[in-house]
Design a protein around this ligand. Structure first.
Ligand SMILES: Nc1ncnc2c1ncn2[C@@H]1O[C@H](COP(=O)(O)OP(=O)(O)OP(=O)(O)O)[C@@H](O)[C@H]1O
Ligand SMILES: [Mg+2]
Length: 462
């Protein structure tokens, strides 16, 4: 049933409207002036407003304006006994669905109402589709339109409302923690706690009591009963980070929780059932760790239920620009800076950089740039020199020499020099003596240049 507001003091219009819609009577509300009409609109949403152009108290155009501004889901049909073509055009331009000249026949009115309601329904559907689309592209506050990220978002949505154990793998800074939080906030446990534990950071003895709690007197220093993180996370999610470096003893305990969903406080023989969703993360290759004997194979299989691999940023360069803009906007707000975007050259560098620190590194680079940028755009000069140099593809030095503004010779040659030294070291397996020979310079010159260019990681021999 359509909800219609009639904003017309003329009793004839009401009669016609009621007659026309007799077979499918709407929920009809009347208002005989602009203030009354606005009041009704504030009280509830309408599908359609039929308004007189010469509405007492301000006019139908004023009403139309307010509806367009504040009630986007409501269609408006204006009518007038003295309306000109110009009035009609003006009304349509301002957003009216139709304009009727009075007196109008039943058919005219019916057609106008039908069309307006239909257009409205389409517009609503459109809006719903668009927001569904936005929803697909974004998960909580995770940016990622790369197909791999999209498929991750899909997985997260699919498993969010279950109690399935989820393992998130990926290099440092790829968004594992953020994803774990998103998973929690999308689940029905969202009003429960999200408890984070770094399993690699705590010494074995402490970790156990941290996670499972202890009873008073169970060890020196245990002066009170203590509730562990597993119990604290009841009804919510526990996020076990850096699971790859946890101790063997801890791994056994964890296996027990995963199998039986019960814990035992340290020093207590009673078992306590725990209702938690377990999410784990690691930046290690667990398969490798199993082979190396540092990670239990049975635990490995137990946590391999749903595995989400976060791709490194360099494998999804399509997301770099979106992420850069996302961080730019956030840090501009945070630091009250008026930076609006990136120069073409700066963006180019961001896109080409290898990002070994992944999204976290990009985030830091953008924050620094937002704070430093003197103008409205982030320029190359506002980016750390390191990423610029790393960003140059192998052939770039020649290109840089071939065109562009000429600067100091020393600076222009620094890039190619560094690359040649790195290549020489790589060819000589890091042996500096041989590298110096290949380059035709003596050892102390090479040492000097290694320091100057900040080249590390070369072998210490030679
Ligand atoms: N897809 C993304 N969209 C927006 N911000 C992101 C995204 N991925 C990561 N970030 C941001 O990058 C930073 C690093 O992410 P996060 O801490 O989740 O990485 P991590 O994989 O857990 O790293 P670590 O292994 O070091 O714990 C955070 O500030 C996070 O908000
Ligand atoms: Mg993390």
């Amino acid at each position: 049933m359509a909800r219609i507001l009639l904003a017309d003091p003329d009793p004839n219009v009401r009669t016609t409207l009621t007659r026309v819609l007799a077979s499918n009577p709407p929920e009809l509300t009347s208002a005989d002036g602009l203030p009354a009409a606005l009041g009704r609109l504030d009280e509830g949403e309408f599908d359609l407003v039929l308004a007189e152009l010469d509405l007492p108290g301000g006019g139908g155009m004023k009403l139309l304006e307010q509806i367009v501004l504040h009630h986007a889901g409501t269609a408006v049909v204006l009518s007038s006994a003295f309306g000109s073509v110009r009035d009609a055009v003006q009304a349509m331009r301002a957003g009216a669905a139709d304009f009727l000249a009075k007196p109008f026949g039943d058919d005219q009115l019916l057609v106008a109402l039908d069309r307006a309601l239909e257009k409205n329904a389409l517009r609503r559907e459109n809006r719903a589709l668009r927001s569904a689309l936005d929803d697909r592209l974004r998960l909580d506050n995770l940016v990622g339109s790369d197909p791999r990220m999209q498929s991750i978002f899909k997985t997260v949505k699919a498993v969010a409302d279950t109690r399935t154990t989820v393992l998130i793998t990926g290099e440092s800074g790829t968004g594992k923690t953020l994803l774990a939080r998103a998973l929690h906030s999308l689940s029905s446990r969202r009003s429960g706690p999200f408890v984070e534990v770094n399993c690699g950071a705590l010494p074995e003895t402490l970790l156990e009591s941290e996670l499972f709690g202890h009873v008073r007197g169970s060890f020196t220093g245990a002066t009170k009963d203590k509730v562990g993180k597993f119990e604290a996370a009841a009804g919510g999610t526990i996020f076990l980070d850096e699971i790859g470096t946890s101790s063997p003893a801890f791994q056994i305990k964890l296996l027990r929780v995963l199998q039986d969903r019960v814990i035992e406080r340290v020093g207590d023989t009673r078992t306590v059932p725990v209702d938690v969703r377990i999410v784990l993360a690691t930046n290690l290759d667990l398969e490798q760790a199993v082979k190396a004997g540092t990670f239990r194979e049975d635990l490995y299989y137990r946590i391999h239920v749903v595995v989400i691999e976060m791709p490194p940023l360099r494998a999804r360069t399509g997301d770099i620009a979106d992420l850069a803009v996302h961080f730019l906007q956030r840090f501009c707000k945070e630091h009250g800076r008026p930076v609006t975007g990136f120069s073409k050259a700066a963006l180019q560098q961001l896109l080409a950089a290898p990002w070994p620190g992944n999204v976290r590194q990009l985030e830091n680079v953008i924050e620094r740039a937002v704070v430093l940028a003197p103008g409205p755009l982030v320029e190359v000069a506002d980016l750390p020199t390191g990423i610029g140099r790393l960003a140059l593809p192998a052939a770039a030095p020649t290109l840089a020499l071939a065109d562009g503004p000429v600067g100091p010779l020393k600076d222009a040659l620094a890039g190619p020099e560094k690359q040649l030294i790195e290549r020489a070291l790589a060819q000589c397996d890091g042996n500096r003596e041989r590298a110096a020979k290949v380059l035709g310079i003596n050892r102390s010159t090479l040492f000097h240049k290694l320091r100057k260019h900040g080249i590390k990681g070369a072998g210490s021999h030679g």
